[in-house]
Design a protein around this ligand. Structure first.
Ligand code: MN
Length: 232
């Protein structure tokens, strides 16, 4: 018998998949920080290969591409970060890098929206970043393309325009940690499963958004991610 609940929660958010009627339900959102050297430097951080820097966002933070959102609350310095998102379709725990790509279902364009002032204040005190990263509409995502249709991530360019002006432009190959390395590392910390998304870090050129902005992020071979900030 099904357990009865005191009240209904919203259904798990689910992302469109190119060429599929069914959507991809989201279970967890993992994100990696400082995965492009030039971006790490622009934020004043050391560039190293000690270990990937992980953080998470709740599925409730998901925002679908094409939407318009209010300027996020509690911040005076909300930034865009354009990222390749990996959508997992398999189970894995302590997987080797050589087998890690077998877990990938597909890829999408995503925006890791960041309340930079809150993140910087937390970093300065050694406090958790959560309030800077995990907030409503903070994980924007475009439609997923199945891995076999996209091919192998490599020299494809990842770009972002803000009101038509290019702000970010780099090849995916500039990642410090490759996708197999990221998935293998994360699988030492979690039992990975279908529905797990990984935001794989942003290239250089992050910056603040303003009311009325239109952001458009692209990775060659994928559907774009588009976000509008409501006018003031
Ligand atoms: Mn990021």
């Amino acid at each position: 018998m099904r357990v009865s609940l005191l009240f209904e929660l919203p259904e798990a958010p689910a992302v469109s998949v190119l060429g599929e009627d069914a959507r991809y339900p989201v279970r967890r959102i993992f994100c990696v920080g400082r995965n492009y050297a030039a971006h790490a430097r622009e934020l004043g951080n050391a560039v190293d290969r000690e270990a990937p820097i992980w953080f998470t966002k709740a599925p409730a933070a998901l925002c679908h591409s094409g939407g318009a959102i209010a300027y996020p609350p509690g911040t005076q310095d909300c930034h865009y970060e354009m990222e390749l998102v990996v959508a997992l379709g398999g189970h894995g725990f302590e997987v080797a890098a050589e087998q890690a790509m077998d877990l990938v279902y597909g890829y999408a364009c995503g925006l890791d929206m960041t309340r930079r002032d809150l993140q910087n204040a937390a970093k300065a005190k050694g406090y958790p970043w959560d309030m800077g990263k995990d907030f409503e509409n903070g994980a924007v995502i475009g439609a997923i393309t199945r891995a076999e249709s996209f091919g192998t991530p490599g020299e494809q360019r990842i770009t972002l325009t803000q009101n038509g002006e290019t702000r970010q432009d780099a090849p995916l190959s500039e990642m410090i940690w490759s996708l197999p390395e990221l998935i293998a590392d994360l699988s030492r910390l979690y039992h990975l499963a279908p529905g797990d998304l990984i935001y794989t870090g942003t290239p250089a050129g992050v910056g603040p958004v303003a009311p009325g902005d239109r952001l458009e992020g692209r990775v060659e071979g994928l559907e774009p991610v588009v976000l509008t900030i409501d006018p003031a």
